[in-house]
Design a protein around this ligand. Sequence first.
Ligand code: FEO
Length: 596
Amino acid sequence: MNITKDIIYVGVNDHEVDLFEGQYDVPNGMAYNSYLILDEKIAVMDSVDAKFTHEWLDNIEKAAGGRKPDYLVVQHMEPDHSANICAFMNNYPEAVIVSSAKAFTMMKNFYGSDFEDRRIVVAEGNTLPLGAHTLNFIGAPMVHWPEVLMTYDSADKVLFSADGFGKFGALDADEDWACEARRYYFGIVGKYGAQVQAVLKKAAGLEIEAICPLHGPMLTENLGYYIGLYNTWSSYGVESDGIVICYTSVYGNTKKAVEMLAEKLKAKGCPKVAVNDLARDDMAEAVEDAFRYGKIVLATTTYNAEIFPFMREFINHLTERGFKNKTVGLIENGSWAPLAAKTMRNMLADCKNLTFTDTTVKITSALNDESKEQVEALANELCMDYLAQGDDTADKNDLKALFNIGYGLYVVTSNDGKKDNGLIVNTVTQVTSTPNRIAVCINKQNYSHHVIQQTGVMNINCLSVDAPFSVFEQFGFRSGRNTDKFEGEEVLRSDNGLVFLQRYINAMMSLKVVQYVDLGTHGMFICDVTEARVLSDKETMTYTYYQKNVKPKPQTEGKKGFVCKICGYVYEGDELPDDFVCPLCKHGPADFEPIK
Ligand code: FEO
């Protein structure tokens, strides 16, 4: 089989193999690819598995048309590709091996010789001229072993990609590429996403018309599709929309919860629910599903005060492959001391950017009303986006959406002619750039609104992430009409005479009001910038950052009532009066939530 006029396939199909690499089911066998490049010099790209010595040498002999190969290029030393190096070298005593320094060390370890007097050591950037063709070597360490080279033939624009872009299955298997290539990728190369990304960056600078991997078909069309999938896989992105559930079940009760959840997920609009029984289904399929989808549910039983062994093995597969960037839901079962959820969470603790659902389903032996409700809640959480996307299922009046507008936090300073004043706002926005205009919205009930209306000037102090809660206590929660927020402080002043903060800000701006818009409860000041200074390169404090990292957690334990979402004030009582105003931050009942 010719790939191009001069590049001929000399690899073999293996339909005998039971487990590839001693662990992966390969129902459609394996291909061990090897290629011969016919030029003034003849190069053979890699050898094949030990079982196919003569078939491979016959293929070479036929492709070479009576000539003898000059080079054996060894891109990868794993024995499925290197097992016949010695047979080749014996058969062609004039031939030379071209490979990386690390590969020669491995050659000696595997086969007792590093062919010291019959070798060319190459590395990234080296070339091997064959005549019309020139081989350009590209370092590809850890894709999938450290010695790996890929090779680019600049004449035919062919990338020999070693294990990259390989798949399970012999070449005569009629099957989807992505399914078995994904299972192969995550099983074998999945841990090395960063290294694959590095190679993809190098490949992006090459004009490639064909990819010739060491397993699976040669890719000659639609290369953007394959490279795109490799980019998604190696960057741990979401390939397909859907949810995967991976479970173990001893007596079927955990399985019942999984089945119930799967039905609910589908009913709530999830386009694909993949379910894997880790004890019975192919573990490598479950692993590829875990990386394929953006959301995963792990369901298992407590077992020997830990978790069921197949789940332990599965999570180990995930963590050793750098599992990250997922939403994770947990279902645990335990008849007397459920510990599975805690164990699973601990096992995943070092994975980056996992978001655990608020709901964890706890089954105590068998599903009951309470755990069924939890399954419903978990389904709602996991399908929040699908429900909101659906025209019929969406809550189109969910004003919590407004909380997701990104805000910074700022201290606005002003002066009423007698003393300096400051308040916290999150409503500072640049509205034009020619000229630079800033809009600042302030609640009319705040004394600062009154002062700025009178004076027409203010300073904006951009809080940085190092600002402690005491800054919010100093400038929020109380009025400047009857308190001196700068009492006893030595202050710094800008050219307009107003205070700017000495600490905890990364920038300040002096503003002059050019327009006022009455918004009912608030007034919007549209301002020119008269002075602007950058004081540090720390990040700006956002409202979200403040909520997560700065605001103390309200002391609600053992209390019944309502807590203010703005400042954490706790109101104890069965009902919050409609006209209640938070004594700290002055926000009304809409900003309170019941203590859970
Ligand atoms: Fe196909 Fe890593 O050997």
